[in-house]
Design a protein around this ligand. Structure first.
Ligand SMILES: [Zn+2]
Length: 97
């Protein structure tokens, strides 16, 4: 895996941690108990990380879709040979859904 891909993969974790820390810091001003602040922070971290990860995957993915049915393949980080092979599979798969 390339270094840029590793750094790109860490971006959702970093953004999630920053937003969760900011929300946790904001909650301490309202006298929220520490356990609830931690629970809220973990929930925010999990949600933001998951959404950011999905958005980044969708932004970098290549999708091949059958023209007659709903069959589709979404590829990330694949080479030209695999990309071409999956394009042919999507265009001519045996069982149209
Ligand atoms: Zn099909």
């Amino acid at each position: 895996m390339k270094t840029t891909h590793r750094l790109f993969g860490l971006l959702p974790l970093l953004v999630g941690a920053v937003i969760a820390a900011a929300a946790g810091h904001a909650l301490t001003g309202y006298g929220v108990p520490l356990t609830l602040t931690i629970a809220a922070g973990l929930g925010i971290f999990s949600s933001v990380t998951n959404v950011m990860d999905r958005l980044l995957q969708n932004a970098t993915a290549v999708t091949h879709q059958c023209t007659t049915c709903d069959f589709r393949v979404q590829l990330t980080n694949c080479g030209a040979v695999d990309n071409r092979r999956w394009q042919e599979i999507a265009a001519n798969h045996p069982h149209h859904v």
